[in-house]
Design a protein around this ligand. Structure first.
Ligand code: ZN
Length: 311
């Protein structure tokens, strides 16, 4: 014969005891009997307590946990952004070296430490990254302006030749008189023989100063360039620009001819600085450091090969 299992009772339930009967009496006559079990009341009260207090506390715990996870994720993302911003800074530093601007970003160090707590670390990281990005924006603006200036300076400095693929019939300096074949005369430019009508192109950005027939030069176009340079294209058959026009390097300024003191179709190409003819093949780059960026921390060497001798 099996014994039915007894329901375990708590210490409080045992103290409270079993069910009680209440007899409601009116005029010495029982009118109603009420049965009441305090242990049932205890169980119901326990569940009400859980519902009223513990569930909101649990919900609050879930909210706090979620916020912590979000904060940790944010901190991780900010750290990744910081690394990316540092990479950008390195790229900008390279551009700064190209542009000849003083280097930035040196003077960092110290041991890597553990953040005091995640909340302040995330806040500090956001502040620091914001400040860093602001600095990057300013540096990029400065380097963009400097690069534009230097590109303008380079494009405005005479470079290359006015006739594509042409040989040189006379170089800069002393030469034998091309008409008599005897005696020496000073040649203030370079001569490039080419078929009449071949396009003659500007070797630098500038503004056309004159288009005129000038003595031995014949029909010549003179262009004022950057850095006190002037370029002259002589013996033209005809000019394609007018005085005051703005020309860019590579623009056609005229066509090859044989006007003036000339033995045949060719361009007399002359470069002057401060009004004095200089060897077009010895014009220094305006920014050697810009053309060949020095590695970080290297001492910049003077790139100018020397001032060409004036006549
Ligand atoms: Zn010449």
């Amino acid at each position: 014969m099996s014994v039915p299992p007894t329901r375990p009772t708590s210490w409080l339930a045992r103290r409270i005891g079993g069910p009680v009967r209440l007899l409601i009496v009116r005029d010495a006559h029982p009118v109603r009997e009420v049965r009441f079990d305090p242990r049932t009341a205890l169980r119901v009260g326990s569940w009400v307590f859980v519902a009223v207090w513990l569930l909101p506390i649990a919900a609050l715990g879930v909210v706090v946990l979620h916020a912590r996870l979000e904060r940790d994720t944010l901190a991780t993302q900010v750290a990744a952004l910081t690394v990316e911003a540092k990479r950008l800074s390195t790229n900008i530093a390279e551009l700064e070296r190209y542009a000849g601007l003083p280097g930035r970003g040196e003077g960092e160090g110290g041991p890597a430490a553990t953040p005091p707590d995640a909340a302040s670390a995330a806040g500090d990281a956001v502040d620091g990254t914001g400040t860093f990005l602001g600095t990057l924006r300013r540096r990029f603006g400065a380097v963009a302006g400097a690069v534009t200036d230097r590109v303008s300076l380079m494009r405005g400095t005479p470079s290359g030749v006015p006739v594509a693929d042409a040989r040189t019939s006379s170089t800069f300096g002393w030469r034998v008189n091309p008409f008599s074949g005897e005696g020496a005369e000073w040649h203030a430019g370079l001569d490039f023989p080419a078929p009449a009508g071949t396009p003659v192109r500007a070797t630098a950005d500038g503004i056309v100063e004159t288009v005129a027939t000038v003595g031995g030069y014949g029909l010549a176009v003179t262009v004022r360039n950057r850095g006190d340079y002037t370029t002259i294209y002589g013996h033209l058959q005809r000019a394609t620009v007018v005085a005051g026009a703005r020309v860019a390097r590579g623009d056609v300024v005229g066509h090859v001819g044989s006007s003036g003191r000339s033995t045949g179709p060719h361009v007399h190409y002359e470069v002057r600085r401060h009004g004095q003819p200089v060897n077009p093949r010895r014009i220094p780059s305006p920014e050697p450091a810009f053309r060949t960026p020095a590695p970080a921390g290297a001492v910049k060497a003077g790139g100018a090969p020397g001032v060409p001798p004036a006549r």
